[in-house]
Design a protein around this ligand. Structure first.
Ligand code: SAM
Length: 227
């Protein structure tokens, strides 16, 4: 998979993607990530890419021209899935990440300031929101999307690490996990996990997933029950 990120703040993205699992996936050439500073496509001699909003109001608005020019500089942009990070977008879910993980090429636009000129929307396929809150910039959201998508690409996670039972992947939250020590300050690991009885462990985990989801996320639980 190839991901191109359009941003005014490449340094909010570059150091992060070099680390951990995304970094390893890049190193092993399972993914390619290019970060494009759309200020390089400014037509203004001071390299400005924002301006005052027509009609007045607070803050600055990103201009359409540098963004579209930067987009068109990307090889194969016509066939890529083109996303805008915005709090006004479609809520981002695990199922969205699963859908995105199947594409070959994604382009992600990060907004800043008051957002972008409305006409930018015509050049992108989908608007994505990572939650009902407002961030200072789309870079945080783009990192969330990239991380959650890249870990689903076959071969990116270690063989032993399974995402099939992760929270949300089957519409439920994950069961409780424990590791050594067996007892910590009087808090014990459930006996069944020490039993070596695979079927009993499976049954315990399944019931914990249901119970936990019902208690913490009734919305998910109801949806799961209706399936
Ligand atoms: N004025 C805009 C509005 O009310 O819709 C918010 C602009 S916000 C301060 C600046 C940028 O951060 C946005 O253009 C977007 O790229 C990003 N952003 C903020 N909140 C976001 C969210 N919940 N999901 C995705 N991107 C977000």
């Amino acid at each position: 998979m190839r991901i191109d990120v359009l941003t005014l703040f490449p340094n909010m993205i570059l150091p992060v993607i070099k680390e951990s699992i995304i970094g390893r996936a890049m190193y092993e050439k399972k993914i390619t990530i290019n970060v494009i500073d759309f200020r390089d496509y400014s037509t203004n001699k001071h390299q400005k890419v924002d301006d005052y909003p027509y009609g007045g109001g607070a803050g600055m608005v990103l201009q359409v021209e540098p963004i579209v020019k930067a987009l068109r500089s990307i090889e194969g942009y016509q066939d890529a899935l083109k996303l805008i990070m915005t709090p006004q977008g479609e809520p981002y879910l695990q199922t969205t990440a699963e859908k995105f993980a199947r594409c070959d090429h994604m382009i992600i636009l990060c907004g800043h300031y008051e957002g972008f000129d409305e006409r930018v929307r015509a050049y992108f396929d989908l608007e994505v929101s990572i939650g009902d809150f407002v961030l200072t910039g789309g870079e945080y959201a783009a990192l969330v999307v990239m991380d959650s998508v890249v870990r689903l690409i076959p071969g990116v996670l270690n063989k032993e690490a399974s995402f099939q039972e992760d929270s949300f992947s089957e519409g439920l939250l994950e069961y409780p996990q424990y590791t050594r020590p067996r007892v910590f300050e009087g808090k014990e690991v459930p006996e069944v996990l020490l039993s070596g009885h695979h079927e009993a462990i499976r049954a315990w985990r399944d019931s914990q997933r249901l119970e936990r989801t019902k208690k913490r996320r009734e919305d998910l639980y109801k949806k799961y029950r209706k399936r």
